[in-house]
Design a protein around this ligand. Sequence first.
Ligand SMILES: Nc1ncnc2c1ncn2[C@@H]1O[C@H](COP(=O)(O)OP(=O)(O)OP(=O)(O)O)[C@@H](O)[C@H]1O
Length: 408
Amino acid sequence: MKYDEIMVRYGELSTKGRNKKTFTDRLGENVRRALHGIDQVKVHARPDRLHIILNGADSDLVMERLAKVFGIQSFSPSLKVTKDFAAVAQAAIAMMNEQLSDGEKKTFKVETKRQDHQFELDTFQMNRQLGGALLKAFDGQLTVDVHHPDITIWVDVRLNGIFLTSEIIPGAGGLPVGTAGKGMMMLSGGIDSPVAAYLAMKRGVSLEMVHFYSPPYTSEQALAKSKQLTAKLAQYSGQIKFIQVPFTEIQETVKEQSPEGFLMTIQRRFMLRLATAIAKQRHGLAVFNGESLGQVASQTMNSMVAINDVTSFPVLRPVLSYDKTEIIKIAEQIDTYDLSILPYEDCCTVFTPPSPKTKPNLEKTRYYEQQLDVDGLMERALAGIKITEIHPGDDFLNANQDVFAELL
Ligand SMILES: Nc1ncnc2c1ncn2[C@@H]1O[C@H](COP(=O)(O)OP(=O)(O)OP(=O)(O)O)[C@@H](O)[C@H]1O
């Protein structure tokens, strides 16, 4: 069906009182960004609803992109007709036709809302007359059920025309990305951190990805994979800055100079210190990671105490209380799982000792770390940072197809 408009209902943001305009403006901007390249559409973010005027654009494509924009409760593809009952009836019959296969019997109701009180029919009259027209057109196939209908035709009599829809499609929920401030996401190539990133963005956080890599111990493919995950996540937020931080010197030094039981904790402290320093430079308000309580040695509360010691920034862990199976389920939903399980060598895996401490002692950790040139190592890692801007749909893996084929 050739729809004229997609009508969008706001999610939680409609409860935000005086901040509402900031939220609706931001959502409007995010929707425009998500529809980038579909030039003929017009987006109007009004206080009560957001309207996307299609001007002939493919409604399926628009809705596919819209389904990934946070801050939307639901949306409905709509037909627009002139303020004339015959035109309304014709559009409703066409809509019903789409929903009924030959000879199928269904129940229905018409539900009208009227903004234009000058229109000749009130809501009750419209419900009755349009219901009658549909019963006549689909004689024997349709019966009215006002309580639990199979199909509802919603009619909205507005000042600029009459809009009809028969579908309410659930949106992504959450809050518009950007309304909760900026955070630094520690993104590995694993399963958990992309899911944590998705959940943080869902609560309105605008993320920049911080990725530690250790050439030659980690390969170009491992880096490409993290970038590809970022491109997937960018579908939910628009472009994302990807900050790659060289971590080789730190890992080699820690491995060489620290006792084996403390390698992991000290490496993690460097990661968090670097993520905090980057957040400070780039006006981020918090650091996010993909830790889930008790999952591995570095994710016990004792380890968190020893690692968190290096920062005064909030370290937020969106998947903290999720089981692995729950995390995997989300990863599958957001289509990051297949990428995450591609075999690759993470900088942590390469340097992880066989038996890291699950209860590292904070004083001893500090003591062993003091033996290292922490400031120099930090300075050189920060000086080697490279930042790229990643857009939804960017392709890093196919650009590396040959090397990737070797991995599979
Ligand atoms: N190379 C890396 N670059 C950036 N962040 C990292 C890197 N490795 C680990 N992290 C961060 O530390 C968290 C814990 O890492 P770890 O490897 O212990 O756990 P994980 O549960 O396997 O997480 P993931 O599946 O996200 O890799 C990750 O979720 C991520 O936020």
